[in-house]
Design a protein around this ligand. Structure first.
Ligand SMILES: C[S@@+](CC[C@H](N)C(=O)[O-])C[C@H]1O[C@@H](n2cnc3c(N)ncnc32)[C@H](O)[C@@H]1O
Length: 379
């Protein structure tokens, strides 16, 4: 695949934009035609300088970099990776500083304009529209963008129901803008948490809107629950990509002596994991919750067991580079004889990756069904 363009050029202004983490030969671009459409549209409005602009779900900071030049930008995103991407791109382009907040923070006061990259997850969209409706003044314009094929009449109904009067633009380069205002007649309450019991287990799970598999248990996690070890010699377990913490809770029940570190790049996932640990495990001080990119900055040889149900997409792009990074980091962070236990769809070929890293004799399949395999790699 060819290397992606890193120069965004609009209205005689250039930005250098990189994804995070920055990789050599990166095939994926750090912005999309939706960002370009939104920038061109807002520049065409000839707004006064110095507005308080709230940007939701900016992927790697293209919108934040662009609008920080003339306005006070707050970027709100559930993604640690997006925060890091935006902050680095701000630095690269020597843009004025922005404020980064996560999606569970309150919306700042006095916002004059909201720009929104419509998220894939409708539960997150609904939650964000509800937040905007309750915390903005009724006249504050909200301009959203997405691929035209992903803006359905049901999406526009969510805007109408939870935010207010909504119209759309023509499609350009396969993207469309959505114009709305927080002026619906009635505020429709949206709960931040869904909770459901886990079959065959003694606990239930709470999930904030953007938590992976927040409506029901992931099928891979369901199988993994039956194969987590109970071993009194384990001192430190890491749940890498913890989501709602389902594996952390079970690992803690099976290994009451172990300290457990939950790592995820989603702040809502970590907040869910914390709620689930606190409501299930008595000594919740055994746990740490870290927003991170894989195991960046973790000490070498500091864990005995790492459990991992890796992600296979980033935003809308299907990719296995995060799984690979997770496996490489896990090898580094495991002590001698430490174990990495991974679950994945059979077709993802995680076995080849683990063999490349740990050698064939150190990798074995410990369970499987027609869809998933659980692999164990020993350092
Ligand atoms: C397949 S889900 C697994 C969630 C949970 N462990 C389970 O089994 O249901 C993968 C998780 O990895 C997280 N993730 C994605 N990229 C990450 C990264 N670079 N660093 C840390 N976590 C990441 C996602 O937010 C998601 O919660």
């Amino acid at each position: 695949m060819s290397e992606a363009n890193t120069h965004l050029s609009i209205l005689q202004r250039d930005l250098s934009l990189f994804r995070f983490p920055k990789r050599s030969n990166e095939p994926l671009q750090a912005w999309d035609a939706g960002d370009e459409y939104l920038i061109n549209h807002v520049e065409g409005l000839n707004l006064a300088d110095g507005l308080n602009v709230l940007i939701l779900n900016d992927n790697f900071g293209a919108l934040s970099c662009w609008f920080s030049e003339k306005h006070n930008v707050t970027m709100m995103s559930d993604s640690y990776i997006a925060h890091q991407g935006a902050l680095r791109n701000i630095e690269v382009n020597k843009n004025p500083p922005i404020q980064c907040i996560d999606a569970l923070n309150d919306i700042p006061k006095n916002i004059d304009l909201v720009l929104l990259q419509i998220p894939k997850n409708n539960r997150l969209l609904t939650w964000q529209l509800y937040q905007l409706r309750t915390q903005l003044t009724k006249s504050c314009p909200v301009i959203a963008v997405n691929k035209a094929k992903d803006i359905h009449s049901s999406t526009l109904k969510l805007f109408e129901k939870y935010l207010g009067i909504t119209t759309t633009s023509l499609a350009k380069k396969k993207h469309r803008l959505v114009f709305s205002q927080p002026n619906s007649q009635q505020i429709q309450l949206v709960e931040s948490i869904t909770e459901w019991p886990v079959d065959d287990e003694t606990f239930s799970l709470k999930n904030y809107p953007n938590t992976y598999s927040g409506e029901s248990l992931d099928l891979g996690a369901r199988l993994m629950l039956k194969h987590l070890p109970s071993d009194p010699t384990l001192k430190h377990i890491i749940d890498l990509g913890c989501g709602n913490g389902v594996l952390s809770v079970k690992a803690a029940q099976l290994n009451p002596q172990a300290k457990i570190t939950c790592v995820d790049e989603s702040y809502m996932a970590l907040a869910s994991a914390k709620l689930n640990v606190e409501s299930t495990i008595e000594q919740s001080d055994r746990f740490q919750f870290i927003a991170n990119n894989c195991l960046d900055g973790f000490r070498s040889e500091s864990a005995d067991l790492i459990v991992c149900n890796p992600p296979f997409h980033q935003n809308n792009a299907i990719t296995d580079h995060i799984a690979w990074q997770m496996f490489c980091d896990a090898k580094q962070v495991l002590g001698s004889n430490g174990k990495l236990i991974v679950i994945g769809n059979r077709h993802l070929g995680y076995d080849d990756k683990l063999v490349r890293l740990f050698t064939r004799s150190q990798v074995k399949q410990i369970a499987g069904n027609n869809k998933f395999v659980i692999l164990q790699a020993t350092k």
